[in-house]
Design a protein around this ligand. Structure first.
Ligand SMILES: [Zn+2]
Length: 359
């Protein structure tokens, strides 16, 4: 009898945690969002304590990067979205151009408030569905064998901020409305889960944000990080028309993914300059980042497609430990396929960077 009670108790705990045996779901930012918005809609300032509480949730902490300025930026954003007294300021952004991402963020969060009942039901369904195991299983398709068995499951953090999601070393961070609206929640979230696992298994890197080469190093990391994870969801996104993604971002993705070479040629020329004049690494690193928009998604996805078609998924996966391997393997594949490949000098420039950063 006692044993039965213990078993029942264990099941009760697992049920509370939901999603999977060792995944924790955090909805604290969602739950604190509703009462704050109710006050703002009546032009009432929430107390300092209420703001501190919501901004200290894991979701908003993720977006404030421990910066007081960003913390205030998030607070200002939520106030402007809902306070009638700030309508002029809101209108100036909402009536502005469609490719202003702030406009997409405001429209998104305002609409979230209107969908409160639906989102609360969605939250409940999500918790009941225990989706984490299937996300990890999908992420495993593009990870070295046994990864999801060795590393514990990520935590999942929900909130409201923008039509986007992130995955990193601590877990995955999802906007609840974005999760509900997206063309395919499972594939989108599995992409973020892939990021979580890559962060756990990648070789250690000695990065320093004050290093003038850090922007360029970041571009190399992003090409591989997004390029491989995009194998999970972007084929479906392109086939279905990207419901839930702001249209201007989707169009930008499509344009660069379908015409990647023009910018990659320019990146190659800049890398050559850095190779011959290392003191230009900061300014040229910035130019390279501009040539690889959307966090390097479209160009990274293009490169991973070339690797996959020439060498297959297993070889593509072998580059998860070191992003510089990803660029080198792309080059071999591209040469075999007869499409754009980086020059010898550009690769030599990256080899030099690799020696300084990979441990
Ligand atoms: Zn990503």
């Amino acid at each position: 009898m006692r044993k039965q009670i213990i078993i029942l108790f264990v099941f009760a705990i697992l049920n509370l945690q939901g999603l999977s045996q060792d995944t924790k779901a955090d909805f604290s930012a969602v739950d604190l969002f509703w009462p704050i918005v109710d006050k703002l809609k009546s032009d009432i300032d929430p107390s300092e304590d209420e703001w501190n509480k919501i901004l200290a949730t894991p979701y908003y902490k993720h977006y404030s990067y421990a910066s007081e300025k960003r913390r205030n930026g998030i607070k200002e954003f939520i106030m402007t979205a809902f306070m009638p007294g700030r309508k002029n300021r809101l209108d100036s952004i909402i009536n502005g151009p469609d490719d202003d991402y702030r406009k997409a963020m405001y429209l998104h969060i305002i609409q979230a408030e209107k969908e409160k009942a639906e989102l609360q039901l969605y939250q409940k369904r999500l918790l009941e569905s225990k989706f984490m195991d299937s996300l990890a299983t999908i992420a495993q398709l593009y990870l070295p064998k046994g990864t999801i068995m060795r590393v514990k499951r990520p935590n999942v953090i929900f909130g409201f901020y923008q039509p986007d999601a992130n995955g990193g070393i601590t877990g995955i961070i999802l906007d609840l409305k974005f999760s509900k609206d997206i063309y395919n929640f499972t594939l989108m979230a599995a992409h973020e889960v892939h990021h979580y696992y890559v962060e756990h298994i990648r070789r250690k890197m000695a990065r320093d944000e004050n290093d003038p080469a850090d922007g360029l190093i970041n571009a190399v990391i992003q090409l591989q990080f997004e390029g491989i994870a995009d194998q999970i969801d972007k084929e479906n996104m392109l086939a279905t028309g990207a419901k839930g993604i702001p249209p201007f971002l989707y169009n930008l993705f499509r344009t660069h993914y379908e015409n990647p070479v023009q910018n990659l040629v320019k990146v190659d020329s800049l890398l050559k300059i850095v190779y011959h004049n290392p003191e230009t690494v900061k300014s040229n690193g910035e130019l390279i980042r501009e040539l690889l928009p959307l966090g390097c998604h479209p160009h990274g996805y293009y490169m991973s497609q070339i690797i996959k078609t020439v060498y297959g998924t297993r070889e593509l996966i072998s580059t998860v430990y070191n992003p510089f391997d990803f660029i080198r393997l792309y080059n071999k594949a591209a040469q075999k396929k007869g499409v754009f490949s980086f020059s010898r000098e550009a690769l030599a420039c990256l080899d030099k960077l690799e020696k300084t950063v990979m441990q």
